[in-house]
Design a protein around this ligand. Sequence first.
Ligand SMILES: Nc1ncnc2c1ncn2[C@@H]1O[C@H](COP(=O)(O)OP(=O)(O)OP(=O)(O)O)[C@@H](O)[C@H]1O
Ligand SMILES: [Mg+2]
Length: 271
Amino acid sequence: MDLGGTRTKAVALEQGRLVSCVCLPTTDPISSLAGALGKLLYATKASLSDVAGLAVTGGGVRQAEEVFGIKPTRVDEIRSIGLGGVFLSGKKRALVASIGTGTALVRVEDSGARVEHVGGTGVGGGTIRGLGYYMLRRQSFESLRRLASRGSPLKVNVTVGDIAGGPVGIIPPEETASNFGKISEDALEEDVAAGIFRMVGEVVGTVAYFAAKAYGLERDIVVVGSPAAEPPLKSAILHTIRLFGGEATVPEHAEYAPAIGAAKHIAEATS
Ligand SMILES: Nc1ncnc2c1ncn2[C@@H]1O[C@H](COP(=O)(O)OP(=O)(O)OP(=O)(O)O)[C@@H](O)[C@H]1O
Ligand SMILES: [Mg+2]
């Protein structure tokens, strides 16, 4: 289980294979743990006696206590992100960018023999929710995403072409020179929403690329976390990394990477 700042994600593994994934909003750590375990048992038609071990990671890990008689093993969040990222991508080494409420960058070598936290940024999914609420008074992520899908970031961003009339260095004219640099009081809501997703995606893509390049991993970037698979964000992150010459993937089940990594960690420790 991954007790994230916003959402709790939980997975069931059987013989090392992913058999079920559930998620729910994070409330207090005990309710989130109990709720996630209940949902998972219901989804897998399993009972408590089938649970061989319970691994917990994420921001709420310190508050994780025994639940229904099962004592959780606390697993470091960075290690969980790293192991989950290489498991889902099938890579042996990678720079895993985990975008959640904020964004963490994790370097993995030798299939997880070495996992290192290399940095991160406070720009992440929480930034989309916060700016979306303040600028557009939309509470739900889903409604912001729908709005963004109808808008264009080019209406609120200054492009390289707007300034230079053509490309500058390696950057083509249609790329961003200044996020929100030409927003006006008449800006449409959908264009503002698209600008928020684009800005967050560009920041995450940029920091991930340069962190990866420092370790020769710029062609092995793996992006995980709940927002990673959301269309307007995913495309902005992948496009930005490609623009600089890197290669990245968002694996299937990207939002469950830390939960899977935590389970893998205890499975490895007991095998
Ligand atoms: N259905 C949804 N409900 C809430 N947030 C969503 C949803 N879908 C995508 N998101 C986005 O995902 C973000 C949370 O992502 P994720 O679940 O990976 O983070 P977290 O693990 O809770 O946070 P962190 O890892 O930073 O502690 C939210 O800030 C929001 O932008
Ligand atoms: Mg998280």
